[in-house]
Each structure stands twice: as C-alpha cells, then as structure tokens.
Design a protein around this ligand. Structure first.
Ligand code: UD1
Ligand code: MG
Length: 469
C-alpha cells in the first residue's frame, strides 16, 4: 500500500499574548496572514513529496473568521477544516482533527505544523519526513534549534537515549537555561499518535494537553537540531510578529534583486510578498508597495512613494512622495513628485502628471499632461491634451458626481474650472482663468472671465502707506 501523509496545521489558539482580538493565525505579516504562509508551504510540500497528502486546519477561537478567510484565500482547495471547541492545548487541537476527520488515522504519517510560524519552508517539512521515512524504527521526529533567548519556547531536554520537551512554565531553573528549543513542527507515525494522544494528561502548570508529550525519553523518537532556526521562529507577541515580518521582507526583496530589480537601499523598503517588479526597475529608499501591485520593467520609483493595488507599466517614472491607489499607469508615463492618484485612475502612455495633482476615477489618454496643482475627478482627457496649472473639475454638486470629458489635442489654460457635467471637444482652446459652465465643441474657443479694467495713475488711491509707530 502507498504511504500517505496527513498534514495538520494547528490554528485554533487565541493568541492571548498578542493582546489584540484578531485570531493569531490571521495576523498579517507582509500582506498575508500567518496561516497563509504555512498552508502554502504545506501545499508545496504535498507536491514535492510525491505521496498522497491531505491537509487539515484546526480552527477554534473565532472559527467563523478563520473559516471564511480560508474559503476566500483558498477557494476550491482540498483543505479540511476541523473544529477544536475549547482551546485546551495543542494535543487537544490535534485530537479535534482526528475526531472531525477519522480517516486521518489511516494516513501512514502525521505531520504537525503550527499556524504561527510563517517562515517555515516546504524543504523543512521534507527534511523531517525523510528522516522518519529512512529509519523504520523511529516513531517521531521533532525539529529543534538553538536560541540565545529561548523565552516562551518549550525546551528540548536531552537524555541518554532520547529526549522530552518541557514547556517554559513547567521548566526547572536548570531547564530554563537550556537554549535548544522545540519548533512545534513534528512528523510522526500515525500509529504512534494513536497509541499516545488519548493518554496525554493536562496535569501541568497550564492545565493544557501538550502535544509535546508525544515525545518521551522512552519512545523511539529523534530531534533534528536545525543549524539555522529562522524558519521556525514562532509568533506569540507583537515583537515576534515584527521580527518575522522583517525576515519575510528581506526574503522578498532578495528574490526581487535576484530577478534584476535594483534597490538603492533594500533595507528601507516595505514591499508585500504579492508585489511583482520587472527587471531593470530602480527602487529608491523608503517606499511602500502593497497588495495586488505590479510594476513593469525599467521603471523608476523615487523615495516616499506609496503604491497599493496598482499596475505600473514599463519605463514609468514615479517621482518622490507620490501616493497611488487602484490605478493603472501606462508605459513611459511620468507621475509626481507629490501626486495623488486615487482609485479608478488610468494614465495613458507617455502621459505626464506633475506635482500637487490629484486624480480620481479618471482616464487620461496617451500623451495627456496635467503638470501642476490640479484636481481631476470623474473625467476623461483625450490624447495629447494639455491641462494648465490650477485646473479643477467641479464634479460634485453636493449630492451627485458628474463627468467632465475633454477631447484630444485640446488646450486648457491655467486656472480653469469646469462645472460638470460638461464636454469639451477635440482641438479646442479654453482661455486661462475661465469658469466653463457650457460644453465647447471641437475646434471651439471659450473664455469666461470678466473684462479687465485699467485706469492710468489710479493706483495711488489704493496703495496704503504704513503709519509710522
Ligand atoms: C508551542 C509548543 C512549544 C514550542 C512552540 C514553538 C506546545 C505545548 N508547546 O508553544 O513547545 O516551543 O510552540 O513555536 O505545543 N493551538 C491550538 N489549540 C490550542 C492551543 C494552541 O490550535 O488549544 C495552536 C495555536 O493556534 C498555534 C499553535 O497551536 O498555532 C501553537 O500554540 P501556541 O499557543 O502558540 O504554543 P506555544 O506557547 O508557542
Ligand atoms: Mg506559538
């Protein structure tokens, strides 16, 4: 019979030490939940191990949130969810998986993973599995590592023939000083789990059922002490969350550099794991790129720029301190410095958006220019049209939003307001300082400002001299 593996991810805990109400497994690190990382690595282990694998996730505290998160993030996936009704410890959590899905007992091996360990990699699972598989006498393998400050972790207490694990709360002074810690990742023969799981007691300082009791000096078990413990760093506190996020960030930036992205100061960027950047792009220090953001090739992004859920094409220049959300920017366009592109903005090829320009839900065609101090909302601007400084689309009447449409090759002078709804044709010319209230046809000229009055010599009537004090 073919060997099979049940992978059980424990995600039911409250995460009391995080102090916030969000279930710990759903805490975000570099744009994804802690749990997502562990699930993704479990899937890739399942692929690489070439044995039938089944993945179970044990949920409990705020289970509805976790269940809907799983449905959202892993739709149509074969994940099995089990429910731990009360959070009585890690052994009790594993038990919940077997009671909800009794066929997990049929798997030859059971791999246990903690949801609060997002740096884990499929290769670490493989190492544990190979060790167990290659030694038929063994019933379980645990992963351990050394930590200078082991606070919070279970300690590996080595004996002449084996080892056991002591939780910090239950540890003696001597045991607390031990620096080899338990990672919370194990692979076991399911038959061993079946023999021992039901017998684990909760007679300890926490009153919980510890999964670590599957490992005893008298059992034929092994602990692999990993030289680099980074993949096993667990998140129990906000401080540890920041620590793993830093490592995830470094990994992602490293991956981008390997693929040909140039960072002027990689340590000072915050780029979520979902963000893609093309070869030859140059990223200045102190930028934030979030969510579903795709940046093309040979694009330059200067300091202080924030980009969320946006697509930036090749050869784009985003100048310093620009803020871009749910927008699309075409090839060769230039944006900023200090531009704000709000959701629904599309900037065409080689278009130019200059400083202190805000654009919302608007489409600017190729070569259009809005170079200085303007608000463009609910508008369409055609190819190669030039919008002068201080332009405003008056799109809101206090109740509803209205559209402004400007054709191609049209020139709009500085300090123009357009009272929407309004439509300006192609090749039109709007004089500076105009408040345009009526549509202008193609090739039309419109000016709407009061006549200038000049009176020679009359200035002295208005010039006031300061009274001497
Ligand atoms: C656990 C280990 C500890 C190890 C550490 C590594 C035990 C008893 N201790 O401690 O030896 O050094 O991980 O990071 O196993 N969970 C449930 N149900 C529960 C309790 C916990 O599903 O009733 C889940 C949590 O959501 C979490 C995982 O199990 O994903 C580990 O629980 P946590 O409370 O973080 O255990 P640690 O104290 O870190
Ligand atoms: Mg933990």
């Amino acid at each position: 019979m073919t060997d099979t593996i049940g992978v059980v991810i424990l995600a039911a805990g409250k995460g009391t030490r995080m102090k916030v109400p969000t279930p710990k497994a759903l805490m975000p690190a570099l744009g994804k939940s802690l749990l997502d990382y562990v699930i993704e690595e479990s899937f890739s282990f399942a692929k690489s191990v070439k044995l039938p694998c089944e993945i179970g996730v044990v949920v409990g505290h705020l289970k509805e949130e976790l269940i809907s998160h799983l449905a959202d993030k892993f739709p149509n996936s074969p994940l099995k969810t089990a429910i731990q009704r009360e959070q009585n410890g890690t052994a009790d959590a594993l038990k919940a998986c077997f009671s909800d899905h009794p066929h997990f007992w049929n798997h030859t091996y059971t791999l246990v993973a903690c949801a609060d360990t997002p740096l884990i990699r499929a290769t670490d699972f493989e190492k544990l599995f190979t060790t167990l598989k290659n030694n038929s006498q063994l019933v379980g393998v645990a992963a351990s590592f050394h930590l200078e400050n082991p606070t919070g972790y279970g300690r590996m207490v080595r004996a002449a023939n084996g080892f056991h694990i002591v939780e910090e709360k239950d540890a003696t002074e001597v045991e607390r000083k031990m620096t080899e810690v338990n990672s919370g990742f194990y692979i076991l023969k399911t038959s061993h789990v079946k023999d021992v799981l039901g017998k684990i007691s909760n007679k300890n300082k926490s009153g919980e059922f510890y999964l670590t009791d599957l490992f005893q000096d008298s059992f034929n078990v092994e602990a692999i002490c990993f030289e680099d413990g980074t993949p096993f760093l667990g998140v129990n506190t906000m401080e540890q969350l920041a620590e793993v996020s830093k490592e995830l960030r470094a990994r992602h930036t490293q991956k981008l550099m390997v693929s040909g992205v140039r960072f002027l100061n990689p340590e000072s960027t915050y780029i979520e794991s979902s963000v893609e950047i093309g070869v030859g792009s140059v990223i200045y220090p102190n930028v934030t790129f979030l969510g579903n953001t795709k940046i093309g090739e040979n694009t330059v992004i200067e300091s202080g720029t924030f980009i969320k859920d946006s697509t930036i094409a090749n050869e784009v220049q985003i100048l310093a301190n620009s803020y871009i959300e749910e927008s699309i920017i075409g090839t060769g366009a230039s944006v900023g410095p200090m531009a704000r592109l709000r959701p629904g903005t599309e900037i065409g090829t080689k278009a130019k958006i200059g400083n202190f320009v805000e654009i919302k839900k608007s489409k600017l065609a190729a070569g259009a220019k809005v170079s200085h101090l303007s608000y463009v909302g609910d508008a369409e601007i055609g190819e190669n049209s030039n919008i002068g400084c201080g332009f405003i689309t008056c799109n809101y009447d206090g109740a509803n939003k209205h559209k402004t449409k400007i054709g191609s090759n049209t020139f709009v002078g500085s300090d123009v307001q357009m009272i929407a709804p309004i439509e300006i044709g192609d090749n039109a010319f709007i004089g500076a300082g105009s408040t345009i209230t009526k549509s202008v046809p193609s090739e039309g000229f419109a000016i709407a400002r009061s006549q200038q009055v000049t009176k020679e010599g009359m200035a002295k009537k208005f010039l006031k001299t300061k009274k001497s004090e």
